[in-house]
Ligand binder design. Structure first.
Ligand SMILES: Nc1ncnc2c1ncn2[C@@H]1O[C@H](COP(=O)(O)OP(=O)(O)OP(=O)(O)O)[C@@H](O)[C@H]1O
Length: 289
């Protein structure tokens, strides 16, 4: 359990302020979403103890940084965005090095990490010789060293290819049950099947924290899919149109509306991204029509 209480954090070099009155993050995968500059990376850096609040308290299973910083850090895995790794080290040496910082590797742990993150063929290669996506896999692998209770991932899918994204999201899902995993992302679709909670940040403030069911419920409009003749999408306002899939002589539409927009349309399941779109428009007072 991760608790924040009256936390305020100000960026020295900008006027940005993060403010969280009270927030308790539960185990499982929390998707941290919000626009550019909302404060997602800042929040993850705070949670990972890479920086500290100006005021307020963060508790990790009851532990606080003022007395238990080393013990807390030993229980955290963190992958910042744009992480830079030691270029001259080999993959194996780098993972061993990170493990040393956390008290050493358990039996079989190195092999498990190398296998889980598909790093076998790169184990003896220096970081500087690796493709971006492979470097990212090394960065992600180190976050699981010592089986941390808290894992913070800042846009972890960056640079991963399509198959590795699928593999990684499944891996996180399989290894998040007893952990608190917070994932900052702009790619909600790829986490759709695996997310447990959503945390929506705007202007340094949490606007929503709840289960994915709560995130997609109680919204002012519904999602509909239907097929229209070519050009038929023009009767919808731009704010209503979520997706146009061109077919031979018709278009398949995905639209927002309070009621069924016409014959040929049927209700569609609301995705996390649909709900994000609706909530952002509602917050800023933008109409759908
Ligand atoms: N190192 C820094 N020094 C000063 N200000 C910073 C620094 N990093 C970020 N900021 C500012 O803090 C605010 C929040 O940035 P942050 O990177 O946390 O947002 P974000 O939600 O992660 O954005 P994005 O989706 O673009 O990654 C922004 O106004 C940004 O300009």
């Amino acid at each position: 359990m991760l608790e924040m209480h009256q936390v305020v954090y100000r960026r020295q070099a900008s006027s940005f302020e993060l403010s969280v009155q009270r927030l308790t993050l539960k185990p499982g995968i929390t998707l941290l979403v919000g626009p550019n500059g909302a404060g997602k990376s800042s929040l993850l850096q705070l949670l990972a103890t890479a920086c500290f609040p100006d005021s307020g308290i963060i508790r990790y299973d009851g532990l606080g940084v003022e007395r238990d910083l080393a013990a807390i850090r030993a229980r955290i895995g963190f992958v910042p965005s744009g992480v830079e790794l030691y270029e001259q080290m080999t993959v194996t040496k780098l993972l061993r090095y990170f493990a040393e910082l956390k008290g050493g590797l358990a039996a079989g742990e190195l092999e498990w990490l190398i296998e889980s993150f598909h790093l076998g063929e790169y184990r003896s290669r220096k970081i500087k010789t690796l493709a971006q996506g492979v470097r990212q896999r090394v960065a992600l692998a180190q976050a699981w060293i010592a089986s941390p209770s808290f894992i913070f991932l800042d846009e972890p899918l960056n640079a991963l290819d399509t198959l590795e994204r699928l593999h990684f999201t499944r891996f996180v899902a399989a290894h998040s049950r007893s952990r608190t995993v917070v994932v900052s992302t702009h790619e909600m679709n790829e986490w759709e099947a695996w997310a447990d909670h959503v945390l929506w940040f705007e202007d340094g403030i949490p606007y929503f924290y709840g289960t994915v069911e709560e995130w997609t419920a109680g919204l002012p409009v519904s999602v509909w899919t239907g097929s229209v003749v070519k050009g038929g999408h023009r009767r919808f306002a731009p704010g209503q149109l979520l997706h146009i899939l061109p077919e031979d002589d018709r278009d398949e539409l995905r639209v927002l509306d309070e009621q069924c927009p016409g014959s040929g349309f049927e209700p569609a399941l609301m995705t996390l991204e649909d709900a994000y779109f609706i909530r952002c428009r509602s917050r800023t007072g933008l109409a759908y029509r």
